[in-house]
Design a protein around this ligand. Structure first.
Ligand code: NAD
Length: 324
């Protein structure tokens, strides 16, 4: 089977290998093709006569599937597969697979990279030392921001699935209490330190709020001026899920007023971020470029699952199919 990867660079910028795919057929890999639906001609050209198309964020539309009837398999190198026209693929009997889980621990760890940055401002303080300020200091120490101890604070987790539960375990290790909100309550996950609560109570009682619900119409803009108003003054909000969960203009206003003491986010409404996005320049706001998923160990896991997905399809026993 001919295999084409249309945008392999973010998964493998050169530090892991494509060997697993190469063993499964004739293999071509492009670093990038396009993320624009209107550039389908380029996508069609690159697919050429491949039967297996592997993509991350390259859109696979009905038009492309009509133009390339030899496609039998689309492997998405991510959990979210909204870039593929699933209905068109299903009608044509094309199997579409995704990677349901590979980055749970990486994303949970990254939540605390943001949280701890607000607690200690390590990079800032290290820079002041590089700049010679400690050497000139009259005192044996100094700090430029209030330093925050997490023990006994409350971590509110919105969306208590795989990542949310892993975040909770880390929070408990820091001595935090956890309040979780999820539309499905699984009481067996409760402990002395982890309790479910209604959304309003989570918003009202948490010192840190971390978002882990997927993006749906029902969750879009769930963090807005009304929900922020219910939170504690000086709350820290972390978003490693999806940008549109947060109404960005309301977050800018809440940061400027000081209602929100810190917004740490790995995601924004439009990615890559637009230069016109005000968040990065807003005080107490740290935006990272969608890297929570990307430690090498997590990417290797993702690669192995992607290869296993294609191998299982070739054997006639497809797994991780999203369009059954
Ligand atoms: P998951 O499916 O295990 O958990 C999601 C939880 O949200 C589930 O428990 C579900 O019941 C709950 N939920 C869904 N809709 C809800 C609603 N309206 N109200 C309350 N709860 C609701 O998913 P996960 O593996 O924990 O991943 C969570 C999100 O993290 C993903 O959807 C993805 O957007 C994001 N993510 C980001 C990165 C990154 O690199 N930044 C990497 C991986 C995943």
């Amino acid at each position: 089977m001919k295999i084409v990867v249309l945008d392999g660079y973010t998964l493998n910028p050169g530090d892991i290998d494509w060997e697993g795919f190469k063993k499964l057929g004739e293999f071509v890999c492009y670093d990038r093709t396009t993320t624009k639906k209107e550039e389908s001609a380029k996508i069609i050209e690159r697919i050429a006569d491949a039967g297996a198309v592997i993509i991350n964020k390259t859109p696979i539309t009905r038009e492309i599937l009509d133009a390339k009837p030899q496609i039998k398999y689309i492997g998405v190198l991510a959990t979210g597969y909204n870039v593929v026209d699933i209905d068109a693929a299903k009608e044509k009997g094309i199997v579409v697979t995704n990677i349901p889980t590979y980055g749970t621990t990486a994303v949970a760890q990254f939540v605390f990279a943001h949280v701890l940055e607000f607690c200690h401002h390590v990079a800032h303080h290290a820079q002041t030392v590089k700049d010679g300020r400690w050497a000139k200091s009259e005192d044996f120490c100094y700090w430029d921001y209030p330093l925050i101890e997490l023990a006994d604070k409350t971590m509110g987790i919105i969306g208590f699935g795989r990542i949310g539960q892993t975040v909770a375990k880390i929070a408990v290790a820091f001595g935090m209490k956890v309040l979780a909100y999820d539309e499905y309550v699984n009481k067996s996950l409760e402990t002395d330190s982890i309790k479910y609560a209604p959304l309003d109570e989570v918003l009202f009682r948490s010192d840190v709020v971390s978002l882990h619900v997927p993006l749906f119409d029902s969750t879009k803009h769930m963090i807005n001026k009304n929900t922020i108003a219910k939170m504690k003054d000086g709350v820290i909000i972390i978003n490693t899920s999806r940008g549109p969960l947060v109404k960005e203009e309301d977050m800018v206003a809440a940061l400027e007023s000081g209602k929100v003491a810190g917004y740490g986010s790995d995601v924004v409404e439009v990615e890559p971020i637009l230069l016109s996005n005000k968040l990065p320049q807003t005080k107490n706001c740290h935006i990272t470029p969608h890297i929570a998923w990307a430690p090498k160990a997590a990417r290797i896991r993702l690669m192995n699952i992607a290869v296993d997905n294609l191998a299982a399809f070739i054997k006639g026993i497809p797994v991780n199919v999203v369009n059954k």
